[in-house]
Design a protein around this ligand. Structure first.
Ligand SMILES: O=C(O)COP(=O)(O)O
Ligand SMILES: [Mg+2]
Length: 228
């Protein structure tokens, strides 16, 4: 790809499962809040599909996994306990996916503007990206509580693009879940689905052009969308 190929384009990344492999730290923090409330742990293999709709939804799924109904358990105190623990340990094991950082640098060299649209809270998203030393790559970072409606609302992505001074007509969403795909569709943006994240995969996702199993393929997919 030559330089300036992506001039005027805004590339919007999901965070958990797309840019950063956060599952190990989320898993420890989820089990911390569950055990404080007297519940069993959730095994690591089961947590992947609990990520993607924010921490509260993850805790609710963790409880449901134990057969605990929300009618009998208040999620709010568990959520507070999760947030305190997770904030203090947010970057113990979380690392960018292979080649992600290099790809951010390359995209910027090609003239793209980069942004993050995540269902993490704003504060946690900024804290994690800061601790990983990635903040300077992004023109905007928009967490779930920075907008009236989080993903799968398209508004969340459109707000993120706007905050980055971009245009939805030249923007691409990269994500690892059905939530991201629906948000991109609601916003009218092309979507690149990464298969190395946490899913669940978008339903009836057969567009091989926009499926990426590595950051090398993410770069190819962006190129094919931006200059078909
Ligand atoms: O925290 C979550 O559950 C999801 O976050 P994501 O939108 O960055 O995948
Ligand atoms: Mg995700």
């Amino acid at each position: 790809m030559t330089s300036d190929t992506l001039s005027g384009w805004t590339i919007v990344f999901d965070l958990d499962g797309t840019l950063v492999d956060t599952a190990p730290d989320l898993h420890i923090a989820l089990n911390h809040c569950l055990s404080e409330a007297g519940f069993e742990s959730v095994p690591f293999e089961s947590i992947r599909h609990m990520i993607g709709q924010g921490a509260k939804a993850m805790i609710e799924k963790g409880l449901a996994f134990q057969g605990v109904s929300q009618a009998t358990t208040e999620v709010e105190p568990l959520w507070q306990s999760f947030l305190d623990y997770y904030e203090a340990n947010i970057c113990s094991k979380s690392r960018p996916f292979k080649d992600a950082t290099r790809s951010l640098e390359a995209l910027t060299e090609m003239g793209a503007t980069l942004a993050i649209c995540t269902n993490k809270t704003q504060h946690l998203a900024e804290t994690l990206i800061g601790k990983l030393g990635l903040t300077s790559h992004f023109a905007s970072i928009c967490g779930a509580d920075s907008v009236p409606q989080k993903k799968p609302s398209g508004e969340h992505i459109l707000y993120t693009v706007d905050r980055a001074n971009g245009s939805p007509a030249k923007a691409i969403m990269i994500g690892d879940s059905q939530t991201d795909e629906r948000a991109a569709r609601n916003a009218g943006l092309p979507f690149v689905y990464v298969t190395f994240g946490y899913g669940p995969a978008p339903e009836q996702w057969d567009d091989t052009r926009c499926r990426a199993s590595s950051y090398v393929e993410v770069m190819d997919a962006i190129q094919s969308v931006a200059s078909p």
